[in-house]
Design a protein. Sequence first.
Length: 218
Amino acid sequence: MGWESYVVVHNIAKRHNVGTLARSATAFGVSELILVGRRDFNCFGSHGSSSHLRFRHFHSLHDARDFLKDKDCDICGVEITNDALPVNHHPFKKSTAFLLGNEGQGLSPKEIQICDFFVYIPQYGAGTASLNVTVAASIVLHHFAVWAGFEERSRDGSKFVVGERPVKQGRRNYCTEAKDSIIEERKARRESAANGFFDEAESSNSSANLLDTLFVDG
Ligand SMILES: C[S@@+](CC[C@H](N)C(=O)[O-])C[C@H]1O[C@@H](n2cnc3c(N)ncnc32)[C@H](O)[C@@H]1O
């Protein structure tokens, strides 16, 4: 069975973390990066790897959850919760979407609600209460890739072979735009701004420049 992994980006606050997440996602064979809510960030930190990754956008966590459930996917919260299982025990059963918490607050109650189970990364040193969100994502995605038996990419010298860069991607390849979605997005954007998420956004016209900014490589 070909299991797949997904990463759900909901309220990661720092835009460069999204770029780094995209880079790890491509390295560990993630099928899609699912953006929920705001989406006008760039892929600084992705080092070009974002053009090898499929993106999908939803306005609400609920919609993202429905999409993943249609694909018979488990939703795994990556968090240090009481009932979280150690990720090195590989508690996976099937295709899995990983939801990571905000840099400051961790997973929100709403995010926790849509998760089927949780994994945590055991830590061994005394110096920090948690890892950077992109580091945590990398470790978990690597464990999933090992569990799912993803084929290791071939190497050339000291590098892994990078695939042909797909031809320049139109925005429709990644984030399907429904007619009313722009209005909905603007509404979501105002709400997110009120919550302080993605407050590093430079432009107020996110629907117009979504992927122009998304595929700026750092
Ligand atoms: C910097 S941490 C946020 C921690 C938050 N300040 C708290 O105390 O709840 C950001 C995110 O990285 C992930 N994370 C970091 N360290 C982790 C660990 N050891 N196990 C599982 N997830 C971890 C979680 O998704 C977490 O929400």
